[in-house]
Each structure stands twice: as C-alpha cells, then as structure tokens.
Design a protein around this ligand. Structure first.
Ligand code: SAM
Length: 190
C-alpha cells in the first residue's frame, strides 16, 4: 500500500516539525513508544515531557528509555495532561515544536481508564499557548471503545470551531475500513 497508515503518518508530521534541540510533549505516555520516538527527534540537546496517570505507564516507559539510554532527555510526569502547563519549564514556553496525544486506553492495561474529552481539550488549550509557530499537535483518535465516540465528538466539535487565523487543522484517516478505525487530527500553529 502506498498510502501512509495512521501512526506512520503521525510520525511523518512530527519529523517535519521537530528539529534536534527542540522541546516536545507526549500527552499520553502509555507504553512509551511515542516518548522514545520523540526523544530520537529532539536528540541529546532537546527535551521530551511525557504525561500519564497510570504508574504502569511510567514503569514501562522508564524501562524503554533506560534500555536505549534516553532517560536524560525525558521528564516522565505521573499526572494528567490537564495539568500540563504546571510542569513545563518557563524557558521552554513558546518553544514546543511537536506533541502527540495517542488517545484511548493503555494497550495491555485497564481498558476502563481512558482519556476524556474535557481533560484532553484542557491539555490542548494549555499546550497551544506553549507551542512555537509551526509547532504541531497530533491527536490520534480511537473511537471504537466505550467512551471513545463521546471523546471523538467533543474533540471534533472543538477543532472544527478553532479559529482559522490561529491554526491550520487537518483530519487524516481511512474512510472505508470496518470497526471504527482510528484517525488523526493535526493542529499546526500559525
Ligand atoms: N502513547 C502511548 C504509547 O506509545 O504506548 C499509548 C497511549 S495509550 C493509547 C493512552 C494512555 O493515556 C493510557 O496509558 C492512559 O493511562 C493515558 N491517560 C488517560 N487519561 C490521561 C490523562 N488525563 N493524562 C495523561 N494520560 C492519560
């Protein structure tokens, strides 16, 4: 298949936005795959802030970072992303060039612990203020699980009404697949 699948496409967008030395955010750390990817983009001179409310996520991500010797360039925060602005160092404000929120539940974990529209939107609003011009926020929206469609609808309502003069926003996803395939929303600050 020549078309990019969802997660590879998310990474292509982040690769375009993030340069070595940059500041990035993983809003939903989970098992750490996105945090490791962002740490590769920012390099040793950049920094990744990663958030999750579950200690299992912190443990899994710590192990991955240690295995690749990437721990020094990442701060793992055991708190909800809705508290994001409290944790980003002042000197990094306005310097965030890439962020990802892989929404839903922790694969292999408790499926009843899911991201919620209200806190996800609060995190996006705080993060938007910290973004550099042309910085990108990626939302990977899963909506097949209980609670997923409510989060999707609230997020789509939020992004569809986001002021055009502040951001370019696109949606990317396959439209003829069964079982509620995930899709991406990318927000680029103007
Ligand atoms: N990015 C992850 C990876 O690379 O493995 C996958 C993330 S998983 C789909 C979603 C994660 O969001 C879960 O680990 C869950 O605990 C976390 N989560 C739920 N509510 C959250 C919140 N308010 N703040 C931060 N993380 C949250």
């Amino acid at each position: 298949m020549k078309l990019d699948r969802i997660l590879p496409f998310a990474r292509i967008l982040l690769e375009k936005a993030v340069r070595p030395g940059d500041i990035t955010i993983d809003g939903t750390m989970g098992n750490g795959f996105d945090t490791v990817f962002l740490a590769g983009l920012t390099g040793a001179d950049g920094h990744v802030y990663s958030f999750d409310i579950q200690k299992e996520a912190i443990e899994a991500t710590t192990a991955k970072l240690n295995a690749e010797n990437l721990q020094e360039r990442c701060t793992l925060i055991h708190a909800g992303h809705e508290h994001l602005s409290k944790y980003i160092r002042k000197e990094h404000s306005g310097k965030v060039t890439g962020a990802i929120f892989n929404l839903g539940y922790l694969p292999g974990g408790d499926k009843s612990i899911i991201t919620q529209a209200e806190t996800t939107i609060s995190a996006i609003e705080q993060l938007f203020e910290l973004l550099a011009p042309e910085g990108i926020i990626i939302l990977v929206i899963y909506h097949g699980h209980p609670g997923g469609s409510a989060e999707r609808d609230a997020l789509m309502d939020y992004v569809e009404n986001f002021p055009q003069q502040k951001a370019h926003i696109l949606r990317y996803g396959f439209i003829n697949q069964a079982n509620n395939p995930p899709f991406i929303v990318a927000i680029e600050k103007r």
